[in-house]
Design a protein around this ligand. Structure first.
Ligand code: KIV
Ligand code: ZN
Length: 564
């Protein structure tokens, strides 16, 4: 910001609450959740959802498990009114779901809202009026506190009067002092208590007091102080559900909600992925999955987050950012080598621990470096976790070759392969896809045929006691075909002796392993042979072939070629 401009801003006054208790609380259970996607979220869209889109979104919210859904502002526009009517008239509201409608505390709008919910089994009538000094001064032309409080009271009285007009509908009452976040606490309390006085809630018929962080003016700890202060001072606290409704102007909607819950709130309003006015409403997915990550059930099912995101992006025409918590494309992806190594070790270790203990993977406590939750629990696959660019390391490349292509490289081969492949990513200046990594591996480290290649071979295994293998092979060396013969204590050893017979003996085999390639369409085997040159260089080569013996010979030949 331009330094000269800073003088026009002021610090936000803290709340005097020296005996605050919220910092010592922990979140142990989920609040009541209310989705406001179809109202606050929809109001914030450049192109609001059509009725059909809202219907699809409503169904999605029900599938996720929301039991309270603010369906709109039916007195504000025909589309909103008609949407509400369709939900009711077409019996689209599940029995355990309560719809909520928002309305300003104005006579004709309240009456119209009652018309909108007629016939619903249950509905929340949510009235609000703005209470902050800024709104009183600017929007309401220097209105007095009394004037603003009376607007709330008159609205509450009318709602009370109209409630018996819908005998078939169980009506739950909700009041919001809009702009609570910058309203003097004593005045917010005065308005809420005045409405409570009119509505006379009881522990059996609770009303909702929603305290909106309409605009986030300050830090989340101050919001928590405001909530704790209100919870302490509201009349009939045991007959109220105190509700949070944070926005995200300072990027702290999630933090403010979490601290607000610690401060005593019972209920949370928000949207999927934080859609909403300006920087958005609270992202309920974020808060709920944060709770899940601490072992707290929430009643909301985000196990197929990709599908939710797809529907959300289609019907709202918004997009979820790549770094968005939990839902972003890249949030479970590690590019950096050290992260990839640690994640691979973490996943491998869990598998081993599960095998050795007999405890199913899902019951083992989650402990994988850099991953706060198991991506599979929200429908993300491990394949996307490790991606390769020039920042990546050997572990990540080995992980891709293993998980995606069934090639389980020996550990000491990882640095040799890793370096060449991430050098390639560096050269190209971009990320390498899993198939490109496989192709590069094949091209650089598998079945190399120049200057030496093996065309055919025959092995004779003598009796087990003698443990002797004889190898006759046809090779091509620098374009010239040769027939070689040797014997040894295994096929590789016999082939090495056969090569020695034509004076190719400046190396020794120092390691070998092989395995069937997992998931391959044709039943190929992979073999890895490590050789040491007389000059001290040590290199691995890989051979791939339907025959495990030929794979071994090809691996040796590849390693030999790499030494040239
Ligand atoms: O942000 C807000 O204050 C609101 C109210 C109408 C609840 O959306
Ligand atoms: Zn809002």
């Amino acid at each position: 910001m331009n330094p000269a401009s800073i003088s026009k801003y002021r610090p936000f006054p803290p709340v005097h609450l020296p005996d605050r208790t919220w910092p010592d609380q922990t979140i142990t259970h989920a609040p009541l959740w209310c989705s406001v996607d179809l109202r606050d979220g929809n109001q914030a869209l450049p192109q609001p959802m059509s009725i059909e889109e809202k219907l699809e979104f409503f169904d999605l919210l029900c599938q996720v498990g929301f039991k309270q859904i603010e369906v709109g502002f039916p007195s504000a526009a025909d589309t909103e009114f008609n949407f509400c009517r369709r939900l009711i008239e077409e019996n689209r509201i599940p029995d355990d779901v309560t719809i909520q409608v928002l309305v300003q505390t104005r006579d004709h709008l309240i009456r119209r809202s009652f018309e909108a919910i007629a016939g619903a089994k249950r509905a929340i009538i949510h009235i609000y009026n703005s209470t902050s000094p800024l709104q009183r001064r600017v929007t309401f032309n220097d209105a007095t506190r009394e004037y603003i409080r009376d607007i709330a009271v008159e609205g509450a009285k009318l709602v009370k009067e109209l409630t018996p007009s819908l005998p078939g509908t169980e009506i739950i009452l909700q009041y919001s002092p809009e702009s609570f976040s910058d309203t003097e606490l004593d005045f917010a309390l005065e308005c809420c208590n005045a409405v409570i006085e009119v509505w006379q809630p009881t522990p059996e018929r609770k009303m909702i007091v929603n305290l909106p962080d309409t605009v986030q003016w300050t830090t989340p700890n101050v919001h928590a102080d405001q909530i704790e202060w209100m919870c302490r001072h509201l009349e009939r606290r045991d007959s109220l559900l105190v509700s949070l409704h944070t926005h995200n102007d300072r990027g702290t909607g999630t933090a403010a909600t979490e601290l607000g819950l610690m401060a005593g709130a019972d209920r949370v309003e928000g949207t999927l992925f934080g859609n909403g006015e300006r920087t958005g409403n609270l992202d309920i997915v974020n808060v709920a999955l944060n709770m899940n990550s601490h072992g707290i059930p929430t009643g909301l099912d985000f196990s197929d987050l990709n599908r939710l995101r797809e529907v959300y992006e289609r019907v709202t025409r918004m997009s979820v950012g790549e770094r968005h918590p939990y839902a972003g494309e890249l949030v479970f992806t590690a590019f950096s080598g050290s992260h990839q190594d640690a994640i691979k070790k973490g996943l491998d270790r869990r598998e081993k621990e599960s095998q050795s203990s007999g405890i199913p993977l899902d019951s083992l406590p989650w402990a994988v470096p850099y991953l706060t939750i198991d991506p599979q629990d929200i429908g993300r696959s491990y394949e996307a976790i490790i991606r390769i660019n020039s920042q990546s390391g050997k572990g990540g490349i080995a992980y891709i070759l293993d998980r995606e292509h069934g090639l389980d490289l020996p550990k000491t081969m990882h640095p040799q392969v890793g370096k060449r492949i991430y050098d390639l990513a560096d050269e190209l200046g971009r990320e390498l896809g899993a198939d490109e990594i496989r192709d590069a591996f094949y091209q650089l480290f598998a079945n190399l045929e120049a200057p030496l290649s093996v065309k055919a071979y025959e092995l004779v295994h003598h009796s087990v006691e003698r443990g002797l293998v004889e190898c006759s092979a046809t090779i091509v060396l620098a374009g010239e075909e040769k027939h070689i013969h040797g014997s040894g204590n295994g096929p590789i050893n016999a082939f090495v002796h056969a090569l020695a017979g034509i004076d190719l003996k400046d190396f020794k085999v120092t390691d070998y392993r092989s395995h069937a390639i997992r998931g391959g369409s044709d039943a190929n085997a992979a073999a890895y042979v490590q050789v040491q040159h007389d000059d001290g260089r040590i290199l691995w080569g890989c051979g791939i072939d339907p025959s495990i013996e030929m794979a071994g010979l090809k691996a040796l030949v590849t390693a030999w070629n790499l030494l040239r």
